[in-house]
Design a protein around this ligand. Structure first.
Ligand SMILES: O=C(O)CCC(=O)C(=O)O
Ligand SMILES: [Fe+2]
Length: 358
């Protein structure tokens, strides 16, 4: 998936890397560190499916190389002549649905047995979002050495609880004797969470022996509905695993392939939420120049068949008010009086990608 691969060694020269460099966030050199200004980037070559949809709805016209799939899906599904198996559904999710999945992604998905990037350091964390809301602090539990080693020899060291959320710093904690980190910092540093069958990043494969629970029924239903335009006729998509990616300004997802699933004729269903991003869709080699396109909140991308062999990544998210395009989300969250979600989404993007593993 995103693991190291040898192409990274000469990455500076590949067409994919060049495109990543073109779009990624750089700051203009300035002596005033408080007023860092993002460097302007030429977006004239970025495909904009929102505009394509608008002009299609107005005059039935499509730009060269773009086609509309004949499908019974409610809203138009577009494909690209040059990338068979790739489909783009602009605005597939209503604002209410987007809010629902943002809430789930923050408040319920990152919860054991689902794993997150924090597991490796802190073990399983319960209720990270609530802890951040309550301004709690994660504190290392002091355990006598002999107890720790005794527990570790019986159980997996990873599941020995060593950290717990606390209302305030323990008075007995001084200096390095007691380590702590605020829940809001951990929420900001949340990068991924795995649902359903757990993906083991170190082995780059699914580890069916890791404890897991099924993907929530509502997400399964949504994924099945969204997958339809890319499914082989007469077959039903079986959502077995999902990866939720969390992006803050400056974060990027490097060029990669998702090749750990058995049957590539089945699509990956990829849902964008929150701030607008640029998605790069390359070819089968990193040398193939990628196409750049905007991904907005509510857009859905499907990658099946040949498109499963195409390198792709996210070099950039936009969090400034003008470019983020989250006005509808903001007013929905304001109406619901959901300040913590509103606050998070103003500077973040979430991607949920759902897969059939077997
Ligand atoms: O964030 C995205 O839109 C793409 C995510 C992705 O490619 C992945 O998680 O494999
Ligand atoms: Fe991917």
């Amino acid at each position: 998936m995103y693991g190291s691969d040898k192409a990274v060694d000469d990455s500076e020269r590949t067409a994919f890397r060049k495109a990543e460099k073109k779009y990624k966030l750089y700051y203009d050199n300035t002596n005033n560190k408080r007023k860092k200004k993002p460097r302007a980037v030429d977006l004239s070559e970025v495909i904009d499916f929102k505009c394509i949809l608008e002009s299609y709805n107005q005059n039935n016209e499509l730009p060269a190389g773009v086609f509309k799939l004949t499908s019974s899906f409610g809203t138009p599904v577009f494909g690209l002549d040059s990338r068979p198996g790739f489909y783009f559904i602009p605005g597939a999710l209503s604002v209410e649905e987007q809010c629902q999945w943002i809430r789930e992604s923050l408040a319920s998905f990152p919860h054991p047995p689902n794993r997150t990037n924090h597991n490796a350091i802190y073990g399983p964390l319960e209720n990270l979002f609530a802890a951040a809301k309550e301004e709690r602090v994660l504190v290392e539990i002091e355990q006598p050495r002999d107890i720790v080693s005794e527990i570790d020899s019986v159980h997996d060291a990873q599941i020995t609880p060593r950290w717990k959320f606390s209302g305030e710093l323990d008075k007995s904690c001084r200096g390095d004797a007691c380590k702590s980190v605020s829940a809001s910092v951990l929420l900001r540093k949340l990068r991924w969470c795995t649902l359903g069958l757990q993906f083991d990043w170190s082995k780059r494969s699914y580890n069916v022996s890791l404890p897991h629970i099924k993907i929530p029924e509502a997400l399964c239903c949504l994924a099945k509905r969204l997958a339809k335009p890319a499914m082989p006729p007469g077959q039903d998509f079986q959502p077995e695993a999902a990866i939720v990616n969390y992006f803050a300004l400056g974060d990027m997802l490097g060029g990669h392939l998702d090749d750990m699933e058995k049957d590539w004729s089945k699509p990956i269903v990829s849902i964008s939420l929150g701030c607008k991003a640029i998605f790069l869709l390359g070819g089968k080699s990193r040398e193939d120049p990628p196409l750049a396109m905007f991904l907005r909140s509510g857009d859905v991308v499907l990658m099946a068949g040949e498109a499963r062999e195409c390198f792709h990544g996210v070099p950039r998210i936009f969090t400034d008010t003008e470019s983020a395009e989250i006005v509808d989300l903001e007013s929905q969250f304001s109406r619901e009086d959901s300040f913590p979600f509103l606050d998070y989404v103003r500077s973040s993007r979430i991607n949920i990608n759902i897969r059939q593993v077997f």
